[in-house]
Design a protein around this ligand. Structure first.
Ligand SMILES: *Cc1c(COP(=O)(O)O)cnc(C)c1O
Length: 232
């Protein structure tokens, strides 16, 4: 299967999942998670019509961008972002999906102001409260939203999560449902500087469940590019 075939298949599966719960497939953003894939392969996915490309690492992003991998596709940062690397990401990405601390939000806002822009970010939520994962705990979300509400260089445009994955019974569903409830609750509270537009959740093995639970942004790597080959 070519990358273009894979993109078509994933699109069809997204459409089916959306329609099955009465939602418009056009309202779901497909982000190609491009880590470990070459500029040429990423370019193929862009030409096949993914809505955006997501990168996890600043170095990969910078290198592939210089090779023209992304074309006109919007770029998202989806990995753990260190405060000292915001300079390479703010203004380069239409969306930073993985903001998870006051310090990071402050650095993003400061950099965006210096560039004369307003940076859209998502707050990453550690919905399974896993030690190994980034993101804020659900209980820490409210103070972080209040903090973000007064930062002039950014806008919080939604939430992102990477829930625990249980392959046996597909029970990520429980976490997706919890995320959807948070997304709706925050949207109703109307914080300044916060528009709950995007709920980014669902990867190759889980995007169908995530969409059924209310996700409108899925980050898909393996199902588009095939298994990643990690070299040391
Ligand atoms: C790698 C990655 C994905 C995609 O994972 P697949 O299982 O390959 O689809 C999604 N989100 C993030 C943050 C990732 O790092």
């Amino acid at each position: 299967m070519s990358i273009a075939d894979n993109v078509r298949r994933v699109r069809a599966e997204i459409a089916e999942a959306a329609i099955s719960v009465g939602r418009d497939p056009g309202g779901i953003t497909l982000v190609a998670a491009a880590k470990q894939n070459t500029a040429e392969r990423v370019r193929e996915a862009v030409l096949a019509g993914v809505d955006a490309v997501g990168e996890n690492r600043v170095q990969e992003l910078t290198e592939k961008k210089s090779r023209g991998a992304y074309g006109a596709a919007p770029l998202h940062f989806i990995g753990h972002l260190q405060t000292n690397k915001v300079g390479a990401v703010v203004g380069q990405c239409s969306l930073i999906e993985s903001a998870d601390s006051q310090r990071l939000l402050e650095a993003i806002s400061r950099r965006a102001l210096a560039l004369g822009i307003r940076q859209d970010v998502l707050l990453e939520v550690n919905i399974g409260a896993e030690n190994s994962k980034s993101g804020v705990l659900p209980g820490e979300l409210e103070p972080l939203l209040e903090f973000a509400a007064v930062l002039p260089g950014l806008r919080v445009a939604g939430l992102m999560a990477i829930p625990p994955f249980f392959s046996q019974n597909g029970s990520s569903r429980h976490f997706f449902d919890k995320m959807y409830r948070l997304f709706i609750d925050i949207g109703e509270k109307k914080y300044d500087n916060v528009d709950m537009l995007f709920l980014s959740m669902g990867m190759s093995s889980s995007f169908i469940d995530a969409i059924r639970s209310g996700s409108n942004m899925v980050r898909v790597g393996t199902a588009i590019f095939g298994e990643r080959i990690y070299t040391a």
